[in-house]
Design a protein around this ligand. Sequence first.
Ligand code: ADP
Length: 378
Amino acid sequence: MRQYLNWKTYLSIMALLIVGASLYYTNQLAGKLADEERKKVQDVANAIKKVIISNNPQETDFAYKIIEQNTTIPLIITDEHNEIISSKNIDSTNSLNPKTAMHDKLSEFKRIHAPIVADYGTGKQYVYYGESYLLTQLRYFPYVQLAIIFLFLIVVLITLSTAHRSLQNQVWVGLSKETAHQLGTPLSSIEAWLELLREENPDSEAAMEMQKDLDRLKLVADRFSKVGSAPQLVEENLVTKLEGIVDYMQRRAPQKVTISLHFTDRDIPVNISGPLFDWVMENLIRNALDAMAGKGTIDITVTNSPQQVWVDVQDNGKGIPGYQVKKVFTPGFTTKKRGWGLGLSLSRRIIEKYHHGSIFVKHSEVGKGTTFRIILRR
Ligand code: ADP
């Protein structure tokens, strides 16, 4: 359960609770205010009745005062035939046609509240009413407030994630450049020594083997220097490239592991940085090898379309549990004893940032195997 509930879930639940509580509270307040307003309108209706039926000047005076005191709630008073007798706190002077504006208001009030009837025996008057400005504000305010908070949070989150990404970028670039730089000096020195060795002993087998390892080390240094700066993309045939990688990895894989390449189209030119693309494929194949106990199959399938090329790397290893699938590209995520958790995050960086493609787990099933897919743009 805990694996599913990460900090984002907790934060979202908290946010929903706060929003819910705030909406509930203002709703309660608005409800109370609405009750108060209905009571006030009731008083006005009573006062109207008094004005009509009372003969006592003091009483009518007092009733008028009550009617006058309402300066907030908009009212329309009609007779039994729905004719408007008077209105209060409604400003229709700005509208083009004040009469229709008043009738529109009346329909609006009819929709929101039942009228309060002032029954004075020989006839009736109906008091239709709306909501005071304060009540309207109170109803909308929480939504406006939440929208502002929401916008603010989005800006903060975007800023934080940009800052985070740029920091990550700096670390990748800095570390890669530094590594390439530090490897450079001993490499050129070994190269010189090797040259000397070969001059003295031209057929030395040791010198030949050392040359192979030196070439490999130079390749590693080259990869680091390419990650440290925007690499040049060069048109290469993808199938030929993959054949080379499969051949290289097959020779280093356990005997009972078969790595095979499938394609229908032999000629697929793509723009790639060769050394970096090799690195990604090596990472994927090495992970696939790690996921199986010394035997199994790794199938690399190339699917070609006019706009995209897909490279699927499918293994029949132990698979990735559902809750981990989203994390495998996170720097530092590893389930291996000696893992660094950087292979896939580096691969994603190479494919997305330098090749403008994408890489993701296409499918994975525990006990059955995993398929990673790389999409490259043609
Ligand atoms: P590392 O290999 O150092 O662990 P990666 O970033 O290459 O770092 O991989 C991260 C994690 O993703 C691995 O530790 C493993 O749990 C999981 N993973 C990657 N590829 C596979 C695969 N083909 N099958 C099963 N698990 C995988």
